[in-house]
Design a protein around this ligand. Structure first.
Ligand code: CTP
Ligand code: MG
Length: 452
């Protein structure tokens, strides 16, 4: 993004820089070492700040569709303000090096001061020294982020950048206050820890402010000249840069913050961040991909003796045996297999695909088709719907034909038709019922299929 410079006519590039202040000692957290080094989910707190910024660093769109303006801009420089002790400094410097290697963004670092504002000042000095010396301060946006707000989502950074680039000199992200707020009298009561309410503060106009706070570099330079001229006590009271801007009479714009941008201050905050992270980083338990099973029955009566018919059963021709009634060849075994497949796939049944109506109208080529042909067609329909066949098992109940001697042959024919193993068995019904009396055949099939 560039515009011609009024003086030289040369294009002036808009710049984006980020200063992360990570030099605090973390006294309230009580880990005996700088807070940014403390472990959160197996890596230092500072790592969490940086790992959320890879997209922003490279100018990729954020997940916040309302704030994508300038998303293609990327970051021009990052400054890490680190603790003075060498061990912490080196550990956190590595985090910066990894970020730079992954994103290509130059990461500079410096040591912090005795207060947050001293650390911010050190960060700005380093930015000017190492990167921004010849950048146009009016066209350079600098975001200042607390390492302690480790989980701040990228979209918040993006919002703040966008608001500054749209013309605001100072921008803070904030959330509405949801608790009822009371002001108390300064004098303590006799009961230890007890206080007296002075008033309830209307909360509709209150905001809880977060980081990153964003400014033009020009404003930051003026702000530090401004506090340099203040008495120490007054300067110390201005704990963040937005307060300095307010004190200078500069309008500060508020944009929406995020619940995730919680500041890690105490052990409870760290535990809460730990829990949120564990929830996010634990993969959802994988649901096993189960196969689908189906069931199918078919019954056909033997044709009366006075109407001789060929017997086709289990894909085979059975010479000398009276055949079965029914449309097509009456192969109850193959038809039960088809039904089991359609059942497993949830695709209806034989009637839907090969019923007399269907064949009479939409599928005339299947009229009179053999059982094996229909099974092959059922397998093709399943495949077209995204299913593969695991196996089919089918059993028929009948007095005849004697099946054992031709089992292998039948299994080969139907397996070839289905494109998957078809196991066939046969039994009798001890003389009971229509099968026992030799009036017809009952076939029952199950099928196991899977999603391709
Ligand atoms: N900070 C800093 N230099 C300081 C003090 C604070 O860079 N001298 C940074 C911290 O690293 C933190 C942010 O400013 O990211 C906000 O400060 P705070 O949450 O108060 O952190 P600490 O000062 O480290 O914590 P404590 O006040 O409990 O010691
Ligand atoms: Mg502090």
């Amino acid at each position: 993004m560039s515009r011609p410079d009024a003086g030289t006519g040369k294009p002036v590039t808009a710049r984006r820089a980020l200063i992360v202040v990570a030099a605090g000692s973390g006294e309230r957290l009580g880990h005996g070492r700088p807070k940014a080094c403390v472990d959160l989910g197996g890596r230092p707190i500072l790592s969490h700040v940086m790992e959320r910024l890879h997209g922003l660093a490279q100018g990729l769109p954020t997940q916040d569709p309302a704030h994508q303006a300038g998303a293609d801009r990327g970051l021009d420089a990052v400054v890490l303000v680190l603790p003075s002790d060498q061990v912490s400094y080196d550990q956190l410097a590595t985090v910066g090096e990894q970020f730079s290697a992954a994103t290509g963004v130059p990461v500079h670092r410096t040591r912090g001061g005795g207060s947050r504002s001293a650390s911010v000042r050190a960060g700005i000095r380093e930015l000017l020294r190492a990167a921004a010396a010849d950048w146009d301060p009016a066209r350079t946006t600098v975001l200042i982020q607390d390492a302690a707000r480790a989980m701040t989502p990228e979209a918040v950074y993006s919002r703040v950048f966008t608001a500054v680039e749209a013309g605001a000199a100072a921008v803070v992200p904030a959330l509405p206050v949801t608790d009822t707020i009371k002001r108390v009298h300064p004098e303590p009561l006799a009961t230890p820890g007890a206080e007296r309410v002075a008033e309830t503060v209307p909360r509709s106009s209150l905001r809880a402010v977060q980081t990153p706070q964003g400014f033009t570099l020009e404003l930051l330079q003026r702000a530090f000249d401004f506090i340099g001229d203040l008495p120490d006590a007054q300067a110390e009271a201005l704990t963040d840069e937005a307060m300095i801007a307010e004190a200078m009479g500069v309008e500060v714009t508020v944009v929406p913050g995020s619940q995730s941008a919680l500041k890690i201050t105490t052990a409870e905050d760290l535990a809460a961040a730990q829990a949120t992270l564990a929830q996010r980083e634990t993969p959802a338990p994988e649901r096993p991909v189960l196969p689908r099973v189906g069931i199918g029955h078919d019954v056909h009566a033997f044709a009366p003796a006075q109407e001789p018919r060929d017997l086709w059963l289990a894909g085979l021709f059975w010479p000398g045996q009276q055949g079965l009634t029914g449309h097509s060849d009456g192969d109850a075994v193959a038809h039960a297999c088809c039904d089991a497949l359609f059942s497993a796939a949830g695709l209806g049944d034989l009637g839907v695909h090969f019923g007399a109506d269907t064949i009479g109208t939409a599928r005339p080529e299947l009229e009179g088709a053999s059982g094996a042909r229909l099974l092959a067609e059922a397998a093709r329909i399943l495949e077209a719907e995204g299913f593969g066949i695991g196996s089919i098992a089918v059993q028929f109940v009948a007095k005849r034909p004697k099946f054992g001697p031709r089992r292998e042959e039948a299994q080969q024919v139907l397996s070839a038709a289905a494109g998957a193993p078809v196991a066939i068995s046969a039994t009798t019904s001890d003389g009971l019922g229509f099968t026992g009396r030799g009036e017809g055949i009952l076939a029952t099939a199950t099928a196991v299929i899977y999603t391709i």
